[in-house]
Design a protein around this ligand. Structure first.
Ligand code: PMP
Length: 369
């Protein structure tokens, strides 16, 4: 019995132990049907109940109105970087989409969209993605087909805490892959919200797309059938064989999220956890450095450096990772594009686990400062 590690990685993320036990219990026979979910037909009543329950629960968690479709799709969040322009670029004759690029993931999305329409970069290319320029400086298109942003940049640790209010009233599309279900959102402010599963609601293989129904049906002719929201909506996300096991795990995670007390409780936990880490950083007298403008600090992915006299010290960072590993804490190395360290605090990470890491940060500082 290998002890479980505390996985602070950016995803695929750690799942609540209770969910894993539950899946283990049903591994050989789901709901007394004598098969694992992986072995069930996606057309079977048992699987239909799973996908219907998952949709019901996520609608309840986020108060999603009937005017929105909930689609369980494949191709990851990356697939949506193509599917979104393909489905929405024709909304306006301008065939121009506004992209707010605040980090690695929105940059990738904008580059992909360039294949399908005109992309207007709302702000100049940022040198380091430590900040978001004031909205008064944004260059918006009058008749943009849509406005795209990423609510939380997983690699750079930049989170946009408020939904932008746009003077051109463009339809807003948001990548919530890394902060989905960590805070309350007013779905009605968006044309599309999408998030991949492997961070806050399960495992990889699934991307959830919440899309306003009246915007569906405008896909470019060349849109692959699986990426056409109209086709997926009329087939209940099962135009082809869906990722049945990933949907099953999402269903378990939505149910778990409800039992935690819903989004309100998860948002509270997210705040407590990120405050623990930011306190360790802010009280470290610049031994730990967070370079993000505090107004845009992510509650979910926290990149930081360990520094001596303000200069990042890779040897100390390596030592920190070794010490963390000795205490069973893993996946704390920063992304290669940023370097340093990064803590990811998805919903499957508990407050107690975060306290252990904050404690290590303080002890490590006392020894090495
Ligand atoms: N957007 C964000 C914000 C992400 O963090 C990621 C994955 N880390 C992606 C998109 C891409 O997701 P996927 O690997 O599911 O395509």
């Amino acid at each position: 019995n290998t002890p479980r590690k505390i996985n602070f990685g950016p995803g695929p993320a750690q799942l609540p132990i209770e969910v894993l036990h539950n899946v283990q219990k049903e591994f050989f026979s789901f709901d007394n049907c004598g098969s694992n979910v992986m072995e069930l037909s996606h057309r079977s009543p048992a699987f239909s109940k799973i996908i219907d329950d998952a949709e019901k629960d996520i609608r309840e968690l986020l108060s999603i109105p009937d005017t929105y479709a909930v689609l369980f799709l494949q191709g990851g969040a990356t697939g949506q970087f193509s599917a979104i322009p393909m489905n929405l670029i024709n909304l306006k004759p301008s065939q121009t989409a506004d992209y707010l690029v605040t980090g690695y993931w929105s940059e990738k999305a904008a580059k992909e969209a360039e294949k399908y329409g005109k992309v207007n970069y709302v702000i100049p290319k940022q040198e380091k993605y430590h900040d978001v320029p004031e909205q008064t400086t944004w260059n918006l298109t009058d008749d943009a087909s849509y406005f795209y942003y990423c609510a939380n940049e997983t690699i750079h640790g930049v989170e946009i805490h408020d939904v932008p209010v746009l003077p051109n009233k463009a339809q807003i599309v948001c990548d919530m892959s890394s902060n989905f279900l960590t805070r309350q959102v007013d779905v009605t402010k968006f044309a599309i919200i999408f998030a991949s599963g492997q961070k806050n609601f399960g495992c990889s293989g699934i991307v959830l797309v919440i899309v306003r129904k009246d915007l569906i049906g405008n896909a470019m002719k060349s849109t692959p059938v699986n990426f056409d929201f109209k086709v997926q909506l009329s087939n209940n996300s099962m135009y082809n064989t869906p990722p049945t096991f990933s949907i099953y795990i999402s269903n378990k995670m939505f149910d778990w999220s409800k039992r935690q007390g819903g989004i309100k409780a998860l948002e509270k936990q997210s705040k407590i956890k990120s405050d623990l880490i930011y306190s360790a950083i802010d009280q470290s007298n610049r031994f730990y450095l967070s370079e993000i403008n505090p107004s845009y600090r992510s509650r979910v992915n926290i990149p930081f450096r360990i520094a001596i006299n303000g200069v990042p010290d890779e040897k100390l960072e390596k030592l920190f990772l070794e010490e963390a590993l000795r205490l069973n804490m893993i996946e704390l190395k920063g992304h290669r594009a940023v370097g340093g360290l990064r803590v990811s605090l998805y919903n499957g990470i508990t407050i107690e686990e975060t306290e252990k890491l904050a404690q290590l940060m303080r002890t490590f500082q006392t020894i090495h400062c």
